[in-house]
Structure formats: structure tokens, C-alpha cells
Design a protein around this ligand. Structure first.
Ligand code: BGC
Length: 505
């Protein structure tokens, strides 16, 4: 299939703008990684959740599975995602009407205030209110940054830039793990304040950055600033020869303007494959159980009888594996293809979940009573690492942004992206909110529960996800038309491809 290349080079100006925008991913990751470590710190628990602290201390002989089962403790972690879910809908209008950078600015400011409130928190209310503001930030940033990056990037670098956003998320999680480990050593017990307040550092970068960032040519054209769009295009492509790309952007803008109701459009029969993926991919991604590890690894390790320090250290190791394994995806996704990574990652996660569930069952059984010897514990951390690596080169980057962002035709891209972000947030919320009670009731079976979902999603990918590697976005319709199941949804006459191309399938 023929792909199109416009003149231009990777300019330092483009690299700089994308780096600033990608700091958004850093904050999202930082927020994912920070709460688990903080909730495993005794001074933090003593101040805000004394009943959980007392239960943990008295828990010499009782059921380990239920030590941390506290609704208010899970609310601290999960409130952020509910706020992000609601905010991402507002963000989609701001992004469209006022431009991408205003959404980034709104997200940055919200992050700054949230981080300040959290760092200075005196009671649970301040704590959760701050988390909600951080959530609003995640909603705005999660909506606008991937869009910004894809629109600024030259077509041939879009995939790589896309995964860079996921890489930033993993670096954010890892930094949070490291900082938690470092500050937990502060004797006076205020380390958690530093952990929470440090979210202000990346927040400041994106807030100030977005004041100076140019908006994307696509957004400028959409809002009638044609001359400015040309000027930015010249600057980011480093050439005056931008007419062809510019006219294509204007044409795409016209089609997109004609589609007044992307939300109504996307439920039409011909978009059924797209809508199915927009909902199921983020749903499945969360049902891998990854955020059980990302949010609660230190709490989980304490449940298994690790000391506070070892728990935080193990989270650091896991965070590092997550970052490194993402590079594997960056390096292989355009050669090996999406399907192979999804399937391989699925098998790897499945094997680890079964092993982990069984290891816990052997030591704690159904009563939750028992202790774990050191080498046994080391094995558990090892299998968690292998599981996380499997996620980080498959469902992480591919399910997070890459596949959802490349399968939609332009006229439904904004709606599809919003659905993707909100389903992701909704199930991140559900997993965060239900994990601790589920651990208490399902016990080791919780690992088998997520393993069951990994089986379902792996079969789903094998049967229903066509390979999209190296296929130009504008020609993606051909991939669906050639698919054994989805072909009946795609009409033979299509505005995206010529009759000749259609006949070649
Ligand atoms: C997911 C997050 C997850 C992260 C882990 C992202 O793709 O959407 O929920 O915590 O990967 O690296």
C-alpha cells in the first residue's frame, strides 16, 4: 500500500515542543505510581487513616488478605480516575473549540493546585479534594497530549512518538516509586508530603510550557487561523515547501467540519469494528490487572509480610522493568507487528498470574494466615517483574494509545479517542476501587480472576484484531474490509479508497 511523505525534517523546534507536551505523560505516570507507596507509609496512615493503621499493627495472626481493606483508603487512590473520566469529556470540547494548548494549560494548573493541596493536607478532605484536582488534570492532559503529539509529528514518526507518551508514563511511575523509597527514610515522618508535593515539578513544566507552545496546524486551520497554521507548519517541518501538506490538512479539516456529529456517526453500522475496539481495548487493558501492581505493589508486598522498606524497594524494581520493557515495544512494534506482541504478551502475563496465584495459595491458603520465607518472596517479585514486562511491551503501549489512535478514520477520530480515554479511566477507577475488597474476598483467586480475563482478551485479539503495522491511516479501511468477521460491516463503496483498491482485496 502506498504511503505519503511530505517534505520536511525533524527540527529541534519540533523535538522541544513535543518534549514539553510529553511531560504531561510524566505527571499521569507520577500520579499512578505515587499513591500505593504513600498508603504503605505508617506516618501517612496514622495521620489520615488511623483505623487502617491500627488494623495493620494488630494483624499479627488474623487474615492477611484483608489487612488493607478500607473503602476510604481505596477512595484516596481511585477518586482521581473518576474525576479524570468526567474531565475528559469537557476536555474534548476545550481541545476542539479553543485549541490543544488551552487544555494542556488547564491540566497543568489543575495539577499544580492539586499537588499543593496534597502536599499541605491536614485532613482526608484536603487529601481527596487534591486528588480530584489531579484527576481533572489527568483528564485534560490525557485528552490533549496524545492528540497534540500526533498532529505535530510528521506521519512517518507518529508511531514512535505515540509510544514515547507511554514511555513518559512509565518514567513517571518509576520516578514516583524512587521518590517514595527515598522519602520513606525521612525519620520525622513527613516524607509523604514531599512525595505528593513533588508532582508540582512536572506540573510546572507543562503549565509554563503550554503558555509558549504553538498550537497544532490542524487545530489552527479548524479555528480559521490559516496564515498562522502555515507559519507553524514551516517552523516544525523546517522547510518552506509545505503547500502539499497544508492543502491536505485543509481538505481533512473540511471533511471533519462536515461531520458535525461524530458521536452520532460513530454508532453507524460501518463504524462497528471501530466502536468495538474503542470500548473493548481499554476495557481489556485494565482487566489485565496491571494497576493492581502499579497502585498497590507496596501494599500487596506488605500484605505478603514484606517490611515497609523492602516493599518500596520492590516497587522500584518493578517500575524499572516497566520502563525498560517499553523500549522493547518501541524497537519491535513496526517490524513484528501489533498482533504478535499482543499475543506473546498475553501468554506471558497469563503464565505469571497462574504461578503467582498458586504461590500465594500454597503459603496463605484460604485462611490468609501464614508467612513467606525470603527466597520465596524473591521468586514472587521475579514473576511480578516478568508479568509487568509482558504488559509493558504489549497491552501497555499498544492498548493505551497506539492501536486506538491508528484505527479511526478522521471523521470519527475525536469521538473514538474520547471513548478510549474514558473507558480506560472508568475501569482504572473500578479496579482501583475494588482491588482491596476483592483481595479480601477472592484471596489468591484474584490472580486467577485476572488470568481468566487475559485468556478472553488474547482470544479476542487472535480472532478480531487485524494487523495494522505499516498500513497508512487513511487506508486503514482496507484492513477491515479484508477481515473475515468485520468485512460485512464495511460497505463496498467508500470515500476513503478507490474502487480499484477495494477490488484488490
Ligand atoms: C495504562 C495505565 C497503566 C500504565 C502502566 C498505561 O498504558 O493505561 O493504566 O498504569 O500503562 O505502565
Amino acid at each position: 500500500m502506498e504511503s505519503k511523505e511530505y517534505p520536511g525534517k525533524l527540527t529541534p523546534f519540533l523535538v522541544l515542543t513535543c518534549l514539553v507536551a510529553a511531560t504531561g505523560g510524566l505527571i499521569v505516570g507520577y500520579d499512578i505510581g505515587i499513591s500505593g507507596g504513600v498508603t504503605s507509609m505508617d506516618p501517612f496512615l496514622m495521620k489520615f487513616f488511623p483505623s487502617v493503621y491500627r488494623k495493620e499493627k494488630q494483624n499479627q495472626s488474623s487474615n492477611q488478605y484483608c489487612t488493607f481493606d478500607s473503602q476510604i483508603l481505596t477512595t484516596f487512590t481511585s477518586s482521581l480516575y473518576l474525576a479524570a473520566l468526567v474531565a475528559s469529556f469537557f476536555a474534548s470540547s476545550v481541545t476542539r473549540i479553543f485549541g490543544r494548548r488551552w487544555s494542556m494549560l488547564a491540566g497543568g494548573v489543575s495539577f499544580l493546585v492539586g499537588a499543593a493541596l496534597n502536599g499541605a493536607a491536614q485532613d482526608v478532605f484536603m487529601l481527596i479534594f487534591g486528588r480530584i484536582l489531579l484527576g481533572i488534570g489527568v483528564g485534560f492532559i490525557g485528552q490533549s497530549v496524545p492528540l497534540y503529539l500526533s498532529e505535530m509529528a510528521p506521519a512517518k514518526l507518529r508511531g514512535m512518538l505515540n509510544i514515547t507518551c507511554q514511555l513518559m508514563i512509565t518514567i513517571g511511575i518509576f520516578s514516583a516509586n524512587l521518590i517514595n523509597y527515598g522519602v520513606s527514610k525521612i525519620e520525622a515522618g513527613w516524607g509523604w508530603r514531599l512525595s505528593l508535593a513533588l508532582a508540582a515539578v512536572p506540573a510546572t513544566i507543562i503549565t509554563i510550557g503550554s503558555l509558549f507552545l504553538p498550537d497544532t496546524p490542524n487545530s489552527l486551520i479548524e479555528r480559521g487561523h490559516d496564515e498562522k497554521a502555515k507559519e507553524i507548519l514551516r517552523k516544525i517541518r523546517g522547510t518552506d515547501d509545505i503547500l502539499e501538506e497544508y492543502s491536505d490538512l485543509v481538505a481533512a479539516g473540511k471533511v471533519s467540519k462536515k461531520t458535525r456529529h461524530p458521536w452520532i456517526n460513530i454508532v453507524k453500522r460501518k463504524y462497528r469494528p471501530h466502536l468495538t475496539m474503542a470500548i473493548l481495548i481499554p476495557f481489556f487493558q485494565q482487566l489485565t490487572g496491571i494497576n493492581v501492581i502499579m497502585f498497590y505493589a507496596p501494599v500487596l508486598f506488605k500484605t505478603l509480610g514484606f517490611g515497609s522498606n523492602t516493599s518500596l524497594m520492590s516497587a522500584v524494581i518493578i517500575g524499572l522493568v516497566n520502563v525498560c520493557a517499553t523500549f522493547v515495544s518501541i524497537g519491535t512494534v513496526d517490524r513484528l507487528g501489533r498482533r504478535l506482541l499482543f499475543l506473546q504478551g498475553g501468554f506471558q502475563m497469563l503464565a505469571c498470574q497462574i504461578i503467582l496465584g498458586t504461590l500465594i495459595a500454597i503459603k496463605f491458603g484460604t485462611t490468609g494466615e501464614g508467612t513467606i520465607p525470603k527466597t520465596y518472596a524473591a521468586f514472587m517479585v521475579l514473576f511480578i517483574c516478568i508479568y509487568v514486562a509482558g504488559f509493558a511491551w504489549s497491552w501497555g503501549p499498544l492498548g493505551g494509545t497506539l492501536v486506538p489512535s491508528e484505527i479511526f478514520p478522521l471523521e470519527i477520530r475525536s469521538a473514538g479517542q474520547s471513548i478510549n480515554v474514558s473507558v480506560n479511566m472508568l475501569f482504572t477507577f473500578v479496579v482501583a476501587q475494588t482491588f482491596l475488597p476483592m483481595l479480601c474476598h477472592f484471596k489468591f483467586g484474584l490472580f486467577y480472576f485476572f488470568a481468566g480475563w487475559v485468556i478472553v482478551m488474547t482470544i479476542f485479539i487472535a480472532l478480531f484484531l487485524p494487523e495494522t503495522k505499516n498500513v497508512p491511516i487513511e487506508k486503514m479501511i482496507l484492513v477491515w474490509k479484508a477481515h473475515w468477521f468485520w468485512n460485512k460491516f464495511i460497505p463496498d463503496k467508500n470515500e476513503h479508497v478507490s474502487t480499484k483498491e477495494m477490488a484488490m482485496i
